[in-house]
Design a protein around this ligand. Structure first.
Ligand code: B16
Ligand code: MG
Length: 225
């Protein structure tokens, strides 16, 4: 049992459902409003980090860091979030990404624990809309932690609440900041997306439909030897 896998901890946006795209659309619209257009490539840097950290990165990109007071920045972040909330209004279980439901069933069949680690303040709304909240043993969101990804706090908190040592956990992420957080937490990191972005993960699958639980467990066990 010593080296065995005991828990799987999922990221939400971009892994369980494609809200990463909605975050992108809402930030892109806000960026254009303030004269800072940006590309999908730049957007990779916003994935997995908090709302305010994302805004700071966009302002830095446009050389406008000193152009807004804290109150104005809060208004901008609020505006982005209102747009994002509109975009996620129609989310239903049909928006669970391919392969995820099957993975959840396999994890439960193996009697492993399951956690969610999302730095989104909208995590519970999205999980409820997907009707997944009750399936998870623990959900850690932005309200529970002080430090956003790439800090390991969110994954360590999930493992602590699951009463599992981090070395017995797999973390699944679509963001480079998230993979950094998993690795710093001492967990086995599964990336979903491009190898170029997620090269620090222990294994990368191109999309959620490529996720193979059998393969993941084999690699986890090999890694322990
Ligand atoms: P909110 P995750 C993260 O969620 C997103 O990847 C990131 O793009 C977003 O800025 C962050 O949540 C905060 O979200 O504005 O809804 O509080 O990937 O950790 O599930
Ligand atoms: Mg994500």
């Amino acid at each position: 049992m010593n080296n065995s896998l005991q828990a799987v901890i999922f990221d939400l946006d971009g892994v369980i459902t494609d809200t990463a795209e909605y975050h992108y659309l809402a930030w892109k619209a806000l960026g254009e409003d303030i004269g800072i257009p940006f590309t999908r490539e730049f957007n990779e840097e916003l994935k997995g980090i908090s709302r305010m950290d994302s805004l700071d990165k966009i302002l830095a990109l446009g050389g406008r860091v000193n152009d807004f007071s804290l109150e104005e920045k809060e208004q901008l972040a609020h505006k982005k979030n209102e747009h994002y909330k509109e975009l996620i209004q129609k989310i239903s279980p049909l928006d669970i990404l391919p392969g995820i439901q099957e993975l959840i069933v396999e994890i439960k069949e193996m009697k492993l624990k399951m956690g969610l680690a999302s730095v989104s303040k909208n995590a519970f709304t999205v999980m409820d809309a997907l009707r997944l909240t009750d399936q998870f043993d623990v959900i850690v969101d932005a309200n529970t932690i002080a430090n956003s990804k790439p800090d390991p706090e969110i994954f360590l908190t999930a493992a602590r609440l699951l009463e599992v040592d981090p070395s017995h956990c797999i973390g699944i992420e679509d963001a480079a900041a998230g993979v950094d957080a998993i690795k710093s937490a001492g967990m086995f990191a599964v990336g979903v997306g491009s190898v170029q972005t997620l090269y620090k993960a222990d294994v990368v699958y191109e999309s959620t439909s490529d996720l193979s639980f059998k393969n993941m467990v084999e690699l986890f066990e090999k890694n322990k030897k």
